[in-house]
Design a protein around this ligand. Structure first.
Ligand code: GRF
Length: 193
């Protein structure tokens, strides 16, 4: 199988990025993809250091103050030489504009820590906490130009029973995210040409 070349886009901590890089280096993604770039829209994104330590090329272009379309065009021009097959969003806090979607149709994937049919946008774990949900659904989906509106690829239920704080909910959710995202990516990369 020819390995898919992927770029992971982050804005902050990058714990999902770290999990995917590890799986690509020594785990279930080893035979189907290579992480060729970790990209951030903020210079101070913590995950950039983590990626560096894992020997992955990193780059950032500051998005603040730029029009969405102008920023996305800069990003597209920058990543073109990397010949990327898939863009994997992992905590990337930007809406993607149609120019980027049309250059990577069904080739931009995101993880959202709730059922996107029930809750879209920021603060999904806070939403689960405030509504005292007994479970939530992590969603991996294709990205379109809306906020968490793209076609769902797969979902995984997280049991939240017994959690009493937001932190406990986040820990439980992230534990699932870190495993589940790579599992779904593995299926996608192994089934498409
Ligand atoms: C995760 O909860 C992810 O689902 C959401 O943003 C958070 C990013 O966390 N889209 P991290 O940067 O991967 O640690």
């Amino acid at each position: 199988m020819i390995k898919k070349r992927i770029a992971i886009f982050i804005s902050g901590r990058g714990s999902n990025m770290e999990a995917i890089v590890r799986q690509a280096q020594i785990g279930i993604l080893k035979d189907c993809c290579e992480v060729v770039l970790v990209f951030a829209n903020k210079r101070e994104a913590k995950g950039l250091e983590t990626a560096n330590q894992m020997n992955i090329a990193t780059a950032s272009i500051v998005s603040k103050g730029k029009k969405r379309r102008d920023f996305d065009q800069k990003v597209l021009d920058f990543i073109r030489p990397y010949h990327i097959d898939y863009i994997v969003l992992a905590g990337f806090m930007r809406i993607i504009s149609p120019i980027m979607i049309s250059e990577y149709p069904n080739r931009i994937i995101n993880i959202h820590p709730a059922d996107t049919k029930e809750f879209k946008g920021l603060g999904a774990y806070e939403w689960a906490f405030e509504n005292q949900l007994e479970s939530t659904k992590i969603t991996v989906h294709y990205v379109d130009s809306g906020v968490d509106t793209g076609n769902i690829i797969e979902q995984q239920t997280v049991d939240l029973k017994g959690t009493t704080t937001l932190e406990e909910i986040e820990v439980r959710g992230l534990q699932v995210e870190h495993r589940f995202y790579s599992e779904v990516l593995q299926k996608v990369f192994s089934t498409v040409s």
